[in-house]
Write a protein that binds this ligand. Structure first.
Ligand code: GLU
Length: 495
């Protein structure tokens, strides 16, 4: 029987959750879900100068917005807690003490000056081994203990076994990666100020939490041989590693502020849908079948696999993100679109009272949603598209360019007169999209004008712009009296 999957996302709360971190979180979450495993959130806050509680909260909020529910971690607890590294310091201390006692680690009393001197000497003699020169490795245990107790400052170093040889990692993304034995340093696991280093704390935690797969950015690939040394010293099984590629900007450079918004929050605030954002980020380095671009969350949670992660760096393309976002909006059913986008946006834009005294007609709203939805790429577009419909003949704002292009032209006065006449002949209860379209239909021929010219003039008269939704349906929603009043107002601008 294979072991149940346990994975973790371990952000350092030194800033906001960025696109790269979010993608790592998504992959861990999806891998856990696809394997009926456990997704753990751990806060790697051992860097006291840069970690803040506020950042932790920002990250938790971003994770919630992304919909990446964690099974163990802050706020939800679990059997392997606590889930913040600053609350686990005693565990690192204990693990280091054990390695010291077992002779798998040793105290190092070298001063920074001594270390610098040794490094320079190794460089000068072109020593193939450029790491720590192991000066303190063979200090007898009782002497070392005495110096520690006397208060001499020391770090704790891992003792890489003499005969360890190369470290070979079978990475789930990169395949076999070999790190030469000479690169294996007796590196520091505890600093002289009594804090553990990242490579040590992470492995103590991953081992204690029973992590089976470590999925993270490939900027950590170079840390992995050191971490393997810690697993081996602790006598813990080494997990499967999957190092995912960097995310690049369009210029081929590592994604950064220069490329625009990088934090999850900024995308949330700009109005992107969580589902669309997760879908797009999932595709940065992973694919379902090499061609499908719309992959709903439940499919991702079912189908995600490490095998389909690409080795190559992914390029962040804001246009593609926009496309995916628009696609999600377009695929919504009318009721969802109305509740989640249209009504909130109308309220936000001040077009609708948050608590209308008379609730707006459901059938009317449904028809409105039907024509607004396909024209909505970002949620805020919905209010923009709907604004002329919510205006009145008095409040409608006429776009100057639209007026000069469509209305303030010779012959357009006659167009409006004929339109007014045709529309005016429709009775109030016959005011439907079909009837309106039918009434306007004969005009171009009757006036010997192009269809486009005629409809453009009416469009500007009714909506004040050149880009409104289909005219008949729009006018039906506005209502007969106000449409006629709009034409009367526009008539003064037409020639
Ligand atoms: N706290 C580390 C980071 O944010 C975690 C790296 C890891 O997953 O081991 O980069």
């Amino acid at each position: 029987m294979t072991q149940p999957v346990r994975v973790r996302f371990a952000p350092s709360p030194t800033g906001k959750l960025h696109i790269g971190g979010a993608r790592t979180a998504i992959y861990n979450w999806a891998f856990a879900r696809a394997n009926h495993g456990t997704f753990i959130l751990r806060i790697d806050d051992t860097d006291p100068t840069r970690s803040t509680e506020e950042n932790t909260q920002v990250i938790l909020r971003a994770m919630r917005w992304l919909g990446l529910d964690w099974d163990e971690g802050p706020e939800v607890g679990g059997d392997f807690g606590p889930y913040a590294q600053t609350e686990r310091l005693a565990l690192y201390r204990e693990a280091a003490e054990r390695l010291l006692a077992e002779g798998k680690a040793y105290p190092c009393f070298c001063t920074p000056e001594q270390l610098a001197e040794d490094r320079a000497a190794a460089q000068a003699r072109k020593d193939p081994f450029q790491g720590y020169q192991r000066r303190c490795r063979n200090i007898p245990a009782d002497e070392a203990r005495a110096r520690m107790e006397a208060g001499e400052p020391y770090t704790i170093r891992i003792k890489v076994p003499e005969d360890r040889g190369d470290v070979v990692i079978d990475d789930a993304v990169h395949g076999e990666v070999t790190f030469a034995a000479k690169e294996l340093d007796d590196f520091v696991i505890f600093r002289s100020d009594g804090t553990p280093t990242y490579n040590f704390a992470t492995v103590v935690d991953d081992a204690a939490m029973g992590i089976t797969h470590v999925i993270r950015g490939d900027d950590h690939l170079s840390n992995t041989p050191r971490q393997v040394m810690v697993y081996e010293a602790l006598g813990a099984p080494v997990p499967v590693f999957a190092h995912i590629s960097m995310i690049l900007g369009a210029d081929g450079k590592k994604l950064s502020k220069r490329h625009g918004a990088t934090s999850v929050e900024e995308y949330r605030d700009a109005g992107y849908l969580s589902d669309a954002f997760v879908n797009y980020l999932a595709l940065l380095g992973w694919s379902l079948d090499g061609e499908t671009t719309i992959i709903p969350r439940d499919v991702l949670a079912r189908e995600f696999s490490l095998e389909r992660i690409s080795k190559n760096p992914a390029t962040f393309d804001p246009k593609k993100l926009d496309w995916v976002n628009a696609e999600y909006i377009n695929r919504m059913d009318n009721a969802t679109f109305t509740q989640e986008i249209l009504l909130p946006q109308l309220v936000e834009a001040g077009l609708l009272d948050p608590e209308p005294a008379v609730s707006i007609d459901e059938e009317w709203t449904d028809r409105l949603a039907e024509i607004v939805r396909p024209r909505t790429k970002m949620p805020a577009d919905a209010a923009q598209v709907a604004a002329p419909i919510f205006a009145t003949a008095e409040t409608l704002v006429y776009d100057e360019k639209a007026v000069s292009k469509g209305l303030a032209k010779e012959g357009m006065g006659a167009v409006l007169d004929r339109a007014r006449e045709a529309l005016g002949s429709l009775a109030e209860d016959a005011w439907t999209a079909e009837a309106i379209d039918a009434a306007l239909e004969p005009l171009p021929e009757a006036l010997d004008l192009k269809k486009r010219v005629v409809f453009q003039a009416v469009r500007v008269a009714i909506c004040g712009n050149l880009v409104s939704p289909p005219l008949g349906e729009t006018m039906a929603l506005i209502g007969r009296a106000d449409c006629l009043a709009r034409i009367d107002r526009a008539r003064t601008m037409a020639l």
